[in-house]
Design a binder for this molecule. Structure first.
Ligand code: PBG
Length: 340
């Protein structure tokens, strides 16, 4: 509707009468018309598990993040429950002596992730547990799959991943998250879970996972950084591609994924928005270790306001259409939201 410009008394052609700043004039007005916000219910908290029963072991490249003992994970799960964070995601720091070419420790029903899962489910059953399905924390070469003559072989890896998912489901894991980017793994994992009576176990597939520089600190945290031979570009996606993300997601959805994920998060908001639009599935963003540490490092130097940057980054995921976000900021955001 055209309105008269109060200064000139004329119909304002430049704005067509719209005065968009009217709704921004006060905090209450901004809150009233805000389209999206972050809620505690949107958060998934990634946690690193380690052997032994000592205290938290800080990850040097991730300020504020530590590797926790199994008992420490149970405490963190208690904290998640108290804060209202719905899900925690477990990642193991596997002892170098347990890593081999085939990633055999992934299939050990008593491995770190399984022990942590059982311990948490015993004490804090109301928190959901997400376990990563991929071999990289367990292989001596740091790849997510089996390597033959320098090639990461697909189908043989998928068979092992299915067994890994079963081992995790038996330990009590609620959601398995295949992060390996092998072709056809979602269908095989679904069939394996169903055949063993885990029809309720959910699959959150890393549908569009890019070969990214933003995973660096994570690889330090799980101890695969030094081990990794070469790079992951023959299975993780090429960062120039968007249409391919649609094909990747279509395949995972057709194979039975309950939820899909885009990773990394912030540099791939376009992909997130397109997948939400196309598939209308619960779609999650993974705010990776590199994104977290970038914000933390700048904040620690006093170059940006850490809390504001944290909220801005998380709101961006919601605005792009994310159902939720995996973020190392999860406990900090949840506490800030509770403070109001
Ligand atoms: C392993 C896996 C990775 C991350 C999650 N699962 C690393 C990788 O693919 O090399 C990265 C998470 C992060 O950077 O926070 N398949």
């Amino acid at each position: 509707m055209a309105e008269r410009n109060p200064m000139t008394g004329m119909i304002d052609r430049a704005t067509g009468g719209a005065r968009l700043r009217r709704l921004r004039q006060s905090d209450w007005a901004r809150r009233l018309v805000r389209e999206t916000d972050v809620r505690v219910d949107d958060l998934i908290w990634p946690i690193f598990v380690r052997e032994g029963d000592g205290g938290p072991e800080p990850v040097a490249s991730m300020p504020g993040v530590s590797r926790l003992s199994v008992a420490g994970c149970v405490e963190a799960a208690r904290e998640a429950a108290d804060l209202g964070i719905p899900v925690i995601a477990l990642f193991p720091y596997t002892d170098a002596s347990l890593r081999d070419e085939a990633g055999s420790e992934a299939l050990n029903a008593d491995n770190l992730v399984c022990r942590a899962t059982r311990a948490i489910k015993d004490v804090v059953p109301e928190v959901g547990i997400l376990c990563d399905v991929a071999l990289d924390p367990y292989t001596s070469h740091g790849h997510d799959g089996i390597v033959r003559d320098g090639v990461i072989v697909n189908d043989e890896t998928v068979e092992i991943l299915c067994r890994q998912a079963l081992v995790q489901a038996r330990a009590g894991c609620d959601i398995v998250g295949p992060s390996d980017m092998m072709d056809g793994r979602v269908a095989c994992i679904r069939a394996a879970l169903d055949a063993e009576g885990f029809g309720d176990a959910m699959i959150m597939s890393y549908a569009a996972k890019y070969a990214s520089a933003f995973y660096g600190p994570f690889r330090d945290a799980v101890g695969s950084a030094g081990a990794l031979r070469g790079d992951k570009r023959t299975y993780q996606m090429d960062m120039g591609n968007a249409l391919e993300a649609l094909r990747e997601a279509a395949q995972d959805v057709a194979e039975g994924a309950d939820m899909i994920m885009v990773k990394p998060g912030m540099p791939y908001l376009d992909i997130l928005a397109r997948l939400v639009d196309e598939f209308r599935m619960p779609t999650f963003a993974y705010q990776t270790s590199g994104e977290y540490s970038t914000i933390m490092a700048a904040a620690q130097n006093g170059w940006i306001d850490g809390d504001k940057a944290m909220f801005e980054s998380l709101r961006a995921f919601k605005r792009a259409g994310a159902s939720g976000i995996l973020s190392y900021f999860a406990p900090r955001v949840a506490k800030a939201l509770h403070r109001g």
